[in-house]
Ligand binder design. Structure first.
Ligand SMILES: NC(=O)c1ccc[n+]([C@@H]2O[C@H](COP(=O)([O-])OP(=O)(O)OC[C@H]3O[C@@H](n4cnc5c(N)ncnc54)[C@H](O)[C@@H]3O)[C@@H](O)[C@H]2O)c1
Length: 345
Protein backbone atom coordinates (compact mmCIF):
# COMPACT_ATOMS: atom_id res chain seq x y z
CA UNK A 1 0.00 0.00 0.00
CA UNK A 2 1.46 3.33 -1.12
CA UNK A 3 0.87 6.85 0.21
CA UNK A 4 0.18 9.79 -2.05
CA UNK A 5 0.23 13.50 -1.28
CA UNK A 6 -2.15 15.98 -2.90
CA UNK A 7 -1.72 19.70 -2.30
CA UNK A 8 -4.80 21.80 -3.03
CA UNK A 9 -6.79 18.59 -2.53
CA UNK A 10 -10.04 20.44 -1.80
CA UNK A 11 -10.04 22.45 -5.02
CA UNK A 12 -11.68 21.42 -8.27
CA UNK A 13 -8.95 19.22 -9.75
CA UNK A 14 -7.69 18.13 -6.31
CA UNK A 15 -11.11 16.83 -5.18
CA UNK A 16 -11.47 14.87 -8.38
CA UNK A 17 -8.00 13.36 -7.94
CA UNK A 18 -8.66 12.44 -4.28
CA UNK A 19 -11.88 10.69 -5.34
CA UNK A 20 -10.22 8.91 -8.25
CA UNK A 21 -7.25 7.61 -6.22
CA UNK A 22 -9.64 6.52 -3.48
CA UNK A 23 -11.74 4.53 -5.95
CA UNK A 24 -8.99 3.10 -8.15
CA UNK A 25 -6.31 2.18 -5.60
CA UNK A 26 -6.02 0.85 -2.06
CA UNK A 27 -3.42 3.49 -1.27
CA UNK A 28 -3.40 6.05 1.52
CA UNK A 29 -4.07 9.64 0.53
CA UNK A 30 -2.91 12.74 2.38
CA UNK A 31 -4.36 15.99 1.13
CA UNK A 32 -3.58 19.51 2.22
CA UNK A 33 -5.62 22.63 1.53
CA UNK A 34 -5.89 25.99 3.29
CA UNK A 35 -9.53 26.20 2.12
CA UNK A 36 -8.87 29.59 0.53
CA UNK A 37 -11.38 28.52 -2.10
CA UNK A 38 -11.39 24.77 -1.53
CA UNK A 39 -14.36 23.01 0.05
CA UNK A 40 -14.01 21.13 3.33
CA UNK A 41 -14.00 17.36 2.62
CA UNK A 42 -16.98 16.85 4.94
CA UNK A 43 -19.06 18.45 2.18
CA UNK A 44 -17.91 16.22 -0.71
CA UNK A 45 -15.98 13.14 0.36
CA UNK A 46 -18.92 11.00 1.47
CA UNK A 47 -16.79 8.75 3.70
CA UNK A 48 -16.94 7.98 7.38
CA UNK A 49 -14.96 10.51 9.39
CA UNK A 50 -12.53 9.22 11.97
CA UNK A 51 -10.22 11.12 14.31
CA UNK A 52 -10.44 14.84 13.85
CA UNK A 53 -9.57 18.10 15.55
CA UNK A 54 -8.97 21.68 14.52
CA UNK A 55 -6.88 21.53 11.37
CA UNK A 56 -7.09 17.85 10.43
CA UNK A 57 -9.44 14.94 9.85
CA UNK A 58 -9.05 11.30 8.90
CA UNK A 59 -11.57 9.37 6.84
CA UNK A 60 -12.40 5.76 6.10
CA UNK A 61 -10.53 4.08 8.89
CA UNK A 62 -7.30 6.10 8.55
CA UNK A 63 -7.08 5.66 4.81
CA UNK A 64 -7.23 9.42 4.17
CA UNK A 65 -5.78 12.35 6.06
CA UNK A 66 -6.93 15.90 5.39
CA UNK A 67 -4.75 18.71 6.73
CA UNK A 68 -6.16 22.23 6.73
CA UNK A 69 -3.09 24.39 6.30
CA UNK A 70 -1.05 26.39 3.87
CA UNK A 71 0.80 23.80 1.79
CA UNK A 72 3.99 25.78 2.36
CA UNK A 73 3.77 25.18 6.12
CA UNK A 74 3.20 21.47 5.70
CA UNK A 75 5.98 21.18 3.13
CA UNK A 76 8.41 23.03 5.40
CA UNK A 77 7.44 20.81 8.33
CA UNK A 78 7.98 17.74 6.16
CA UNK A 79 11.35 19.09 5.12
CA UNK A 80 12.36 19.31 8.79
CA UNK A 81 10.85 15.98 9.75
CA UNK A 82 10.18 13.13 7.30
CA UNK A 83 7.84 11.59 9.89
CA UNK A 84 5.77 14.75 10.20
CA UNK A 85 2.44 13.01 9.47
CA UNK A 86 3.05 10.42 12.19
CA UNK A 87 4.46 12.79 14.78
CA UNK A 88 1.97 15.64 14.26
CA UNK A 89 -1.22 13.74 13.34
CA UNK A 90 -0.48 10.17 14.53
CA UNK A 91 -1.13 9.17 10.92
CA UNK A 92 0.92 6.12 10.06
CA UNK A 93 1.77 5.68 6.42
CA UNK A 94 4.48 4.70 3.98
CA UNK A 95 6.93 7.20 2.52
CA UNK A 96 5.22 9.44 -0.04
CA UNK A 97 5.13 7.89 -3.49
CA UNK A 98 3.24 10.26 -5.83
CA UNK A 99 2.84 13.99 -5.29
CA UNK A 100 0.04 15.88 -7.07
CA UNK A 101 0.65 19.57 -6.62
CA UNK A 102 -2.67 21.35 -7.15
CA UNK A 103 -2.36 24.06 -4.47
CA UNK A 104 -2.45 27.37 -6.28
CA UNK A 105 -4.20 30.69 -6.35
CA UNK A 106 -6.21 30.51 -9.57
CA UNK A 107 -9.59 32.19 -9.18
CA UNK A 108 -10.67 32.44 -12.81
CA UNK A 109 -10.53 35.47 -15.06
CA UNK A 110 -11.72 37.95 -12.41
CA UNK A 111 -8.76 37.06 -10.15
CA UNK A 112 -6.16 36.65 -12.91
CA UNK A 113 -6.84 40.18 -14.19
CA UNK A 114 -8.18 41.67 -10.94
CA UNK A 115 -5.47 40.75 -8.43
CA UNK A 116 -2.40 39.62 -10.39
CA UNK A 117 -0.01 40.07 -7.47
CA UNK A 118 -2.01 37.66 -5.31
CA UNK A 119 -1.78 35.12 -8.14
CA UNK A 120 1.99 35.70 -8.24
CA UNK A 121 2.16 34.02 -4.81
CA UNK A 122 1.98 30.79 -6.83
CA UNK A 123 5.67 31.35 -7.53
CA UNK A 124 6.36 30.97 -3.79
CA UNK A 125 4.12 27.92 -3.39
CA UNK A 126 5.73 26.14 -6.36
CA UNK A 127 9.29 27.03 -5.34
CA UNK A 128 8.78 25.56 -1.85
CA UNK A 129 7.24 22.42 -3.31
CA UNK A 130 10.03 21.79 -5.82
CA UNK A 131 12.72 22.60 -3.26
CA UNK A 132 11.29 20.01 -0.89
CA UNK A 133 10.66 17.41 -3.60
CA UNK A 134 14.22 17.58 -4.96
CA UNK A 135 15.50 16.63 -1.53
CA UNK A 136 12.80 14.23 -0.41
CA UNK A 137 12.62 12.45 -3.80
CA UNK A 138 9.09 11.08 -3.98
CA UNK A 139 8.63 8.43 -6.67
CA UNK A 140 6.82 10.82 -9.02
CA UNK A 141 5.60 14.41 -9.11
CA UNK A 142 2.75 15.91 -11.11
CA UNK A 143 3.06 19.62 -11.84
CA UNK A 144 -0.01 21.28 -13.37
CA UNK A 145 1.06 24.09 -15.62
CA UNK A 146 -1.68 25.66 -17.75
CA UNK A 147 -2.65 26.74 -21.23
CA UNK A 148 -2.13 30.23 -19.76
CA UNK A 149 1.61 29.62 -20.14
CA UNK A 150 1.33 29.94 -23.95
CA UNK A 151 2.31 33.24 -25.61
CA UNK A 152 -0.75 35.47 -25.78
CA UNK A 153 0.17 36.77 -29.25
CA UNK A 154 -0.74 33.31 -30.60
CA UNK A 155 -4.28 33.69 -29.25
CA UNK A 156 -5.56 36.93 -30.79
CA UNK A 157 -8.61 37.38 -33.00
CA UNK A 158 -6.41 37.84 -36.09
CA UNK A 159 -3.86 35.19 -35.12
CA UNK A 160 -5.48 32.13 -33.56
CA UNK A 161 -3.29 29.05 -33.61
CA UNK A 162 -4.01 25.56 -32.44
CA UNK A 163 -1.38 25.64 -29.70
CA UNK A 164 1.31 22.95 -29.86
CA UNK A 165 3.58 22.00 -26.98
CA UNK A 166 6.54 23.34 -29.00
CA UNK A 167 4.97 26.84 -29.03
CA UNK A 168 6.58 27.28 -25.64
CA UNK A 169 10.32 27.48 -26.13
CA UNK A 170 12.51 28.58 -23.22
CA UNK A 171 15.16 29.81 -25.68
CA UNK A 172 12.68 32.18 -27.36
CA UNK A 173 10.05 33.16 -24.85
CA UNK A 174 6.70 34.74 -25.64
CA UNK A 175 4.61 36.69 -23.12
CA UNK A 176 2.32 34.39 -21.12
CA UNK A 177 -1.13 35.28 -19.75
CA UNK A 178 -0.48 37.61 -16.81
CA UNK A 179 1.26 36.55 -13.58
CA UNK A 180 -0.76 33.32 -13.67
CA UNK A 181 0.82 32.20 -16.93
CA UNK A 182 4.20 33.48 -15.79
CA UNK A 183 4.11 31.39 -12.61
CA UNK A 184 3.19 28.32 -14.66
CA UNK A 185 6.09 28.90 -17.06
CA UNK A 186 8.41 29.20 -14.07
CA UNK A 187 6.95 26.00 -12.64
CA UNK A 188 7.63 24.20 -15.93
CA UNK A 189 11.20 25.48 -15.86
CA UNK A 190 11.62 24.23 -12.28
CA UNK A 191 10.16 20.88 -13.33
CA UNK A 192 12.81 20.49 -16.04
CA UNK A 193 15.56 21.42 -13.57
CA UNK A 194 14.16 18.98 -11.00
CA UNK A 195 14.25 16.17 -13.57
CA UNK A 196 17.65 17.00 -15.08
CA UNK A 197 19.63 18.00 -11.99
CA UNK A 198 17.93 16.03 -9.23
CA UNK A 199 16.68 12.95 -11.08
CA UNK A 200 13.09 13.55 -10.03
CA UNK A 201 10.37 11.93 -12.17
CA UNK A 202 8.23 14.93 -13.09
CA UNK A 203 5.23 15.15 -15.37
CA UNK A 204 3.91 18.54 -16.46
CA UNK A 205 0.47 19.11 -17.90
CA UNK A 206 -1.10 22.10 -19.60
CA UNK A 207 -4.82 21.64 -19.13
CA UNK A 208 -6.96 23.92 -21.28
CA UNK A 209 -10.38 24.83 -19.86
CA UNK A 210 -11.22 21.99 -17.49
CA UNK A 211 -14.86 21.90 -16.38
CA UNK A 212 -17.15 19.60 -14.47
CA UNK A 213 -20.29 19.19 -12.42
CA UNK A 214 -18.70 20.18 -9.11
CA UNK A 215 -16.72 23.21 -10.29
CA UNK A 216 -16.99 26.51 -8.44
CA UNK A 217 -19.52 29.03 -9.77
CA UNK A 218 -16.73 31.58 -10.34
CA UNK A 219 -15.92 29.51 -13.47
CA UNK A 220 -17.92 30.10 -16.64
CA UNK A 221 -19.29 26.64 -17.45
CA UNK A 222 -21.12 25.90 -14.16
CA UNK A 223 -22.16 29.57 -13.90
CA UNK A 224 -23.66 29.57 -17.41
CA UNK A 225 -25.35 26.21 -16.73
CA UNK A 226 -26.93 27.56 -13.52
CA UNK A 227 -28.25 30.62 -15.36
CA UNK A 228 -29.68 28.48 -18.16
CA UNK A 229 -31.33 26.22 -15.58
CA UNK A 230 -32.96 29.37 -14.14
CA UNK A 231 -33.94 30.36 -17.72
CA UNK A 232 -32.16 33.73 -17.59
CA UNK A 233 -33.40 36.07 -20.35
CA UNK A 234 -31.72 38.21 -21.58
CA UNK A 235 -28.69 35.95 -21.18
CA UNK A 236 -25.57 37.85 -20.14
CA UNK A 237 -22.18 36.90 -21.57
CA UNK A 238 -18.79 38.37 -20.68
CA UNK A 239 -17.34 40.22 -23.70
CA UNK A 240 -18.91 39.63 -27.11
CA UNK A 241 -19.22 35.91 -26.44
CA UNK A 242 -17.34 35.15 -29.63
CA UNK A 243 -14.16 34.41 -27.67
CA UNK A 244 -13.47 30.69 -27.56
CA UNK A 245 -11.83 28.06 -25.37
CA UNK A 246 -10.95 24.37 -25.49
CA UNK A 247 -13.29 22.85 -22.90
CA UNK A 248 -12.32 19.46 -21.52
CA UNK A 249 -14.21 17.44 -18.90
CA UNK A 250 -12.44 16.84 -15.59
CA UNK A 251 -12.83 13.04 -15.88
CA UNK A 252 -10.79 13.19 -19.08
CA UNK A 253 -8.22 15.47 -17.43
CA UNK A 254 -7.73 12.98 -14.58
CA UNK A 255 -7.48 10.04 -17.01
CA UNK A 256 -4.80 11.83 -19.01
CA UNK A 257 -2.81 12.88 -15.92
CA UNK A 258 -2.60 9.31 -14.62
CA UNK A 259 -1.58 7.94 -18.01
CA UNK A 260 1.02 10.67 -18.54
CA UNK A 261 2.58 9.98 -15.13
CA UNK A 262 3.24 6.41 -16.22
CA UNK A 263 5.09 7.49 -19.36
CA UNK A 264 6.59 10.98 -19.08
CA UNK A 265 9.19 11.64 -16.39
CA UNK A 266 11.53 14.30 -17.72
CA UNK A 267 9.34 17.34 -17.05
CA UNK A 268 8.08 17.52 -20.63
CA UNK A 269 4.76 19.37 -20.62
CA UNK A 270 1.74 18.07 -22.53
CA UNK A 271 -1.54 19.64 -23.58
CA UNK A 272 -4.79 18.34 -22.16
CA UNK A 273 -7.78 19.41 -24.20
CA UNK A 274 -10.21 18.31 -26.88
CA UNK A 275 -8.35 20.14 -29.65
CA UNK A 276 -11.61 21.96 -30.40
CA UNK A 277 -12.48 25.65 -30.16
CA UNK A 278 -15.94 26.42 -28.77
CA UNK A 279 -17.21 29.98 -28.28
CA UNK A 280 -19.11 31.10 -25.20
CA UNK A 281 -22.12 31.79 -27.43
CA UNK A 282 -22.02 28.16 -28.56
CA UNK A 283 -21.88 27.03 -24.91
CA UNK A 284 -24.87 29.22 -24.07
CA UNK A 285 -26.75 27.76 -27.05
CA UNK A 286 -26.06 24.18 -25.85
CA UNK A 287 -27.29 24.95 -22.32
CA UNK A 288 -30.34 26.89 -23.49
CA UNK A 289 -31.29 24.04 -25.83
CA UNK A 290 -31.08 21.68 -22.85
CA UNK A 291 -33.26 24.14 -20.89
CA UNK A 292 -35.69 24.41 -23.82
CA UNK A 293 -35.71 28.15 -24.51
CA UNK A 294 -34.06 30.76 -26.76
CA UNK A 295 -33.03 33.90 -24.86
CA UNK A 296 -31.74 37.21 -26.16
CA UNK A 297 -27.92 37.37 -25.70
CA UNK A 298 -26.65 40.47 -23.89
CA UNK A 299 -22.91 41.14 -24.28
CA UNK A 300 -21.19 42.69 -21.24
CA UNK A 301 -18.25 44.28 -23.00
CA UNK A 302 -16.71 45.86 -19.85
CA UNK A 303 -16.07 42.44 -18.23
CA UNK A 304 -12.57 40.84 -18.36
CA UNK A 305 -12.36 38.19 -21.07
CA UNK A 306 -8.68 37.29 -21.43
CA UNK A 307 -7.33 36.20 -24.80
CA UNK A 308 -9.69 35.89 -27.76
CA UNK A 309 -9.21 32.22 -28.61
CA UNK A 310 -7.30 29.48 -26.86
CA UNK A 311 -7.30 25.88 -28.03
CA UNK A 312 -4.80 23.12 -28.51
CA UNK A 313 -3.31 20.67 -30.90
CA UNK A 314 -3.45 17.19 -29.34
CA UNK A 315 -1.23 15.46 -31.93
CA UNK A 316 1.77 15.08 -29.59
CA UNK A 317 -0.36 13.47 -26.86
CA UNK A 318 -2.14 11.21 -29.31
CA UNK A 319 1.22 10.05 -30.70
CA UNK A 320 3.13 9.64 -27.43
CA UNK A 321 0.34 8.39 -25.15
CA UNK A 322 -2.32 7.21 -27.61
CA UNK A 323 -4.80 9.30 -25.62
CA UNK A 324 -7.88 11.24 -26.73
CA UNK A 325 -10.57 12.87 -24.62
CA UNK A 326 -13.67 10.65 -24.48
CA UNK A 327 -16.38 13.01 -23.21
CA UNK A 328 -17.87 15.13 -26.00
CA UNK A 329 -18.79 18.76 -25.36
CA UNK A 330 -22.49 17.85 -25.68
CA UNK A 331 -22.26 15.02 -23.14
CA UNK A 332 -20.08 16.99 -20.70
CA UNK A 333 -22.33 20.06 -20.84
CA UNK A 334 -25.39 17.89 -20.38
CA UNK A 335 -23.86 16.46 -17.18
CA UNK A 336 -23.12 19.98 -15.89
CA UNK A 337 -26.60 21.20 -16.85
CA UNK A 338 -28.35 18.38 -15.00
CA UNK A 339 -26.17 18.96 -11.92
CA UNK A 340 -27.11 22.67 -12.03
CA UNK A 341 -30.80 21.78 -12.44
CA UNK A 342 -30.67 19.38 -9.49
CA UNK A 343 -29.25 22.18 -7.31
CA UNK A 344 -32.24 24.39 -8.18
CA UNK A 345 -34.81 21.90 -7.00
N1 LIG B 1 -9.16 23.58 -13.67
C1 LIG B 1 -8.52 23.70 -14.82
O1 LIG B 1 -9.08 23.58 -15.90
C2 LIG B 1 -7.05 24.00 -14.85
C3 LIG B 1 -6.48 24.39 -16.06
C4 LIG B 1 -5.12 24.66 -16.09
C5 LIG B 1 -4.36 24.52 -14.96
N2 LIG B 1 -4.93 24.16 -13.79
C6 LIG B 1 -4.07 24.09 -12.61
O2 LIG B 1 -4.44 22.99 -11.79
C7 LIG B 1 -4.28 23.35 -10.41
C8 LIG B 1 -5.61 23.16 -9.68
O3 LIG B 1 -6.59 23.99 -10.29
P1 LIG B 1 -8.09 24.02 -9.80
O4 LIG B 1 -8.93 24.32 -10.97
O5 LIG B 1 -8.38 22.81 -8.99
O6 LIG B 1 -8.06 25.30 -8.86
P2 LIG B 1 -8.82 25.52 -7.47
O7 LIG B 1 -8.73 26.98 -7.16
O8 LIG B 1 -10.17 24.91 -7.52
O9 LIG B 1 -7.93 24.67 -6.46
C9 LIG B 1 -6.76 25.15 -5.88
C10 LIG B 1 -6.81 24.75 -4.42
O10 LIG B 1 -5.61 25.17 -3.78
C11 LIG B 1 -5.95 25.69 -2.50
N3 LIG B 1 -4.85 26.58 -2.11
C12 LIG B 1 -4.52 27.80 -2.59
N4 LIG B 1 -3.40 28.25 -2.00
C13 LIG B 1 -3.02 27.28 -1.13
C14 LIG B 1 -1.93 27.15 -0.24
N5 LIG B 1 -0.99 28.10 -0.12
N6 LIG B 1 -1.85 26.02 0.50
C15 LIG B 1 -2.78 25.04 0.40
N7 LIG B 1 -3.82 25.11 -0.44
C16 LIG B 1 -3.93 26.21 -1.20
C17 LIG B 1 -7.28 26.37 -2.68
O11 LIG B 1 -8.00 26.51 -1.48
C18 LIG B 1 -7.97 25.43 -3.66
O12 LIG B 1 -8.69 24.44 -2.97
C19 LIG B 1 -3.77 24.79 -10.40
O13 LIG B 1 -2.38 24.79 -10.35
C20 LIG B 1 -4.22 25.32 -11.74
O14 LIG B 1 -3.40 26.36 -12.19
C21 LIG B 1 -6.26 23.91 -13.71
Amino acid sequence: MKTHLITGGCGFVGRNMVNRLYKNTNDKIIFIDNLLVGKHPDTWIGLEKGRHADGFATYDNERLLFIEDDARNAIRALRENENYFASEFSFHCARIADVFHFAAIVGGRAMIDGDPMAVALDLAIDAELFYWACNYKPERLLYPSSSAAYPIDLQTESNTLQLKESDINFKRMGEPDMTYGWSKLTGEFLAKIAAQYYGLKVTCIRPFSGYGEDQDLTYPIPAIAARAARKEDPFEVWGTGYQGRDFVHIDDVIDCILLAMDHIHDGTAINIGMGKLTTFREIIAIFCKLAGYTPEIKALIDKPVGVHSRYCDMTFVEKTLGWKAKISIEEGMSRVYHAALAKLT
